[in-house]
Design a binder for this molecule. Structure first.
Ligand SMILES: Cc1cc2nc3c(=O)[nH]c(=O)nc-3n(C[C@H](O)[C@H](O)[C@H](O)COP(=O)(O)O)c2cc1C
Length: 228
């Protein structure tokens, strides 16, 4: 039996980035099922470059505390220590999309426009993993470069979608890659692997204000450049 496109579309529409979690742990078997499905994505030469380091229980809390300490003490900007360079700028439509999803989040959690203190505090919640009981740190072999990272992007998307189907909420977080040197040391991740992002995950807190908004998408016509 094949899944219909409309069923698949329902799943894609249902998935969203969650920024408020319950404390309940996701059973290891469920995490394994999510990865079992996500690993089906294509990759160049079938290299399957993705690896994830996953925390649970007290390990997540210990990591959260250390990460928060690091982020609070650091004066470095977002992406400062990342293995993969962060975007240099967002202009035109990319800037406006970035702003509108940021404002949607700020409106939802009550951060006023121009309130830099409150927006900085909201940003810091990245390093609290938004209260999630688990995080997956996603890495790719440095030698595979941008295409390895591209393959891992497919894996990240598949992970979030498979998780949605399993009732598990996720938020991919490039923000965590800001502290790549710390993550390498903390998790003993070898230097020949790039740290790309984290995925915090768990069960959504439906009453959390940060989960009360949804982002929009460009129209299909804005995406396809037909040549027929
Ligand atoms: C590679 C990647 C990195 C992201 N990094 C962050 C992040 O650091 N912090 C955050 O709150 N959301 C992050 N997000 C979530 C995006 O903001 C979110 O996917 C986008 O606004 C679309 O919203 P949606 O996921 O709810 O559909 C990231 C998403 C991706 C795919």
């Amino acid at each position: 039996m094949t899944v219909s496109l409309s069923e698949l579309d329902d799943l894609f529409v249902q998935r969203h980035s969650c920024r408020g979690f319950k404390t309940d742990q996701v059973p290891q078997e469920t995490i394994e099922q999510i990865v079992n499905t996500a690993r089906r994505v294509p990759s160049w030469c079938n290299a399957q470059p993705w690896q994830i380091t996953v925390t649970s229980g007290a390990e997540t809390d210990k990591f959260r505390a250390e990460l928060m300490k690091m982020a609070t003490e650091s004066s470095a900007g977002l992406g400062a220590g990342s293995d993969l360079p962060f975007p240099t700028s967002y202009s035109g439509v990319y800037q406006s999309r970035r702003r509108s999803c940021g404002w949607a989040l700020y409106r939802a959690v009550g951060v006023g426009k121009g309130d830099r203190g409150a927006s900085a505090r909201e940003m810091m919640k990245n390093f609290e993993l938004f209260g999630a009981p688990h995080v997956a740190i996603v890495t790719s072999p440095t030698e595979l470069g941008a295409y390895g990272a591209m393959d891992c992007g497919g894996f990240v998307a598949a992970f979030t979608l498979a998780a949605t189907a399993a009732g598990v909420a996720t938020v991919p977080q490039a923000a965590l890659a800001t502290f790549a040197p710390f993550l390498h040391e903390y998790f003993d991740i070898p230097e020949d692997r790039m740290i790309l992002c984290g995925i915090s995950f768990g069960y959504a807190d439906p009453d959390h204000p940060a989960n009360s908004f949804r982002t929009t998408r460009a129209e299909v016509d804005d995406i396809i450049d037909w040549r027929s």
